[in-house]
Design a protein around this ligand. Structure first.
Ligand code: F6P
Length: 547
């Protein structure tokens, strides 16, 4: 397998970056009055504006060459064709099949594994989920004491938590208010404690969401919740207050959940790609089956776009290539996710898992150490909160951080008059990052305001904004199920694009195993800690807890 660094396009990009380095975004905009049009792409009514990145036509041409050299089109065909692209676990990654049910999304794509169409099982499970959700939402499904369910508690972690939690908050405007939803993930008892402190046992339904049904945190929280419920209503009540979502029927049964109340998905759905599966049960309960299908439809439409649009007009391809440009050619180590939408406040955390668990890899698909950088650090916060926290560093820190601004045009809150302020702030931030404010302008302004010459000289460097800080803006017309589904699918495929260039497997996560093993060994007291730091801290723990 050729290393990406050996492609002629990679080498050309290094030379090209060295030449382009001195070019400012201001000069790129000045030279091309149509830069916005020329450096933006659309998927339906979603706009990707990448004009405020330090790229030219030549840059983009070379990046598309790199995509071709890396075999992106062939890799994409394998992904959609159900090949075992997760080569360390010998599995396909066919989350796209979950959002293609013909009945609603109907993107015309067919998905098969070893020649067997997966649509029938996907549709059957989706129907079961929707029927159950309808029963709960309409009050036909009751708790053990005959009371209507009013509170859903999803117990899961990682992909069995982050996706549903993101969507349930993201679609706040679509929730009728019939049900309260909470998510418990952390093994810290404080998390469960907080949620149970506002739960009424007779009216609470727990969803134990775990692909493997072996994840220590989820099992601990599920056992504690069951004990709490059985303590309040008796052991027999567990049957009507617990449902499971998993691929592991044996473990679900062993836990004591009725298999009739288990919703299934399959090993070809990766944890961080699972919100579209039965893991999305909490979403269906929150917004109802129809809107969940709209969410699937948005993602399905992006699947088709990614599968069929030419590379040069393909949003996930452009997004992935820009990440590669910033990471490997500009040397930027992190990327900020800035949703200017409070309802998307969980997006940075969601994308941390999607991007870093997928592409935080140090060896190639073949197991050779990479000699190029892979995933950047992903971080961020909802705008405008971040502006009063870390944007100082974005504007004047010692290293540029490429930013993704996610803006929505139409507001769905009860206070739409504030949306203009929100939107203006998002636009202003990306423009300030790009164009900055020169020392000349800063000092001229201070002089005009009557400041003394020595004060002007002293303050000018502090008040100067260098600009040239890259950002990309994704504009959605509105935050609704369809567009949120599309947004998430864009990022999923973007991650695949970058992984393909880097020649890494984005669908495994071996890096999470060692810590789990070591925590288990510490808990079991096996062998004792080998290093003085762990031993010293354990001794203090014992002293402070009087063990
Ligand atoms: O952190 C590792 C991981 O396997 C994630 O990939 C996954 O989303 C999470 O744990 C939860 O796993 P499960 O759904 O099997 O409980």
């Amino acid at each position: 397998m050729t290393k990406p660094t050996e492609f002629s396009s990679w080498k050309s990009l290094i030379e090209h970056q060295a030449k382009l380095k001195g070019t400012t975004l201001a000069s790129l905009f000045a030279a091309d009055p149509a830069r916005f049009k020329n450096f933006s792409a659309t998927f339906g009514d979603v706009v990707l504006d990448y004009s405020k990145n330090g790229v030219s036509d030549v840059t983009m041409g070379l990046l598309f060459d790199l995509a071709r050299d890396a075999g992106l089109e062939e890799a994409r065909a394998k992904l959609f064709g159900g090949a075992r692209v997760n080569n360390t676990e010998n599995r396909p990654a066919l989350h796209m099949a979950l959002r293609a049910p013909a009945a609603h999304a109907g993107n015309g794509l067919a998905f098969a594994i070893d020649g067997k169409d997966v649509a029938p099982q996907v549709e059957r499970e989706l129907d079961l989920l929707c029927d159950f959700a309808d029963e709960v939402r309409m009050g036909a499904f009751k708790g053990a004491t005959g009371k209507r369910i009013r509170h859903i508690v999803n117990i899961g972690i990682g992909g069995s938590d982050l996706g549903p939690a993101l969507i349930v908050d993201g679609l706040r405007a679509d929730i009728g208010g019939k049900l309260q939803l909470d998510f418990v993930s952390n093994v810290d008892g404080a998390h469960l404690d907080l949620v149970l402190s506002r739960a009424v046992p007779e009216k609470t339904l727990f969803i134990v969401a775990s692909k493997t049904f072996t994840t220590a945190e989820t099992m601990a929280n599920a056992k504690a919740a069951r004990k709490w419920l059985a303590g309040k209503l008796g052991e027999a009540a567990v049957d009507r207050h617990f449902v499971a979502v998993s691929t592991n029927i044996e473990a679900v049964t062993a836990f004591g959940i009725n298999p009739d109340r288990m919703f299934r998905f399959w090993d070809w759905v990766g944890g961080r790609y699972s919100l579209w599966s039965a893991i999305g049960l909490s979403i269906i309960l929150a917004v109802g089956p129809h809107k969940f299908r709209d969410l699937l439809a948005g993602a399905a439409a992006v699947d088709r776009h990614f599968a069929e649009a030419p590379l040069t007009e393909n949003l996930p391809v452009i997004m992935g290539l820009l990440q590669v440009w910033h990471r490997n050619f500009c040397g930027f180590g992190s990327q900020a996710i800035l949703p200017y939408a409070q309802d998307l406040w969980r997006l940075p955390a969601y994308l941390q898992q999607l991007e870093m668990e997928s592409n935080g890899k140090r060896v190639t698909r073949e197991g050779q150490p990479v000699t190029w950088q892979t995933s950047p650090v992903i971080w961020g916060q909802a705008g405008t909160n971040g502006q009063h926290a870390f944007h100082q560093m974005l504007h004047q820190g010692s290293e540029p951080v490429p930013c993704d601004f996610i803006l929505t045009a139409r507001d769905r809150s009860a206070f739409p008059e504030q949306h203009q302020m929100l939107f203006a702030n998002g636009l202003a931030q990306s423009a300030a990052l790009a164009f900055g404010k020169s020392a000349e302008t800063v000092s001229a302004e201070m002089k005009a305001a009557g400041k003394a010459a020595d004060e002007v000289a002293f303050l000018t460097p502090h008040r100067t904004f260098p600009g040239n800080r890259p950002s990309t803006t994704l504009l959605l017309p509105v935050l609704d199920p369809y567009h949120l589904g599309a947004l998430i699918a864009l990022y999923e495929h973007k991650v695949f694009v970058a992984a393909t260039i880097w020649n890494i497997n984005p669908f495994d996560q071996w890096g999470v195993e060692l810590g789990k093993e070591m925590a288990n060994a510490l808990l079991a007291g096996k062998g004792g800690p080998a290093d003085s730091s762990t031993a010293g801290l354990m001794a203090l723990y014992d002293r402070y807890t009087h063990r």
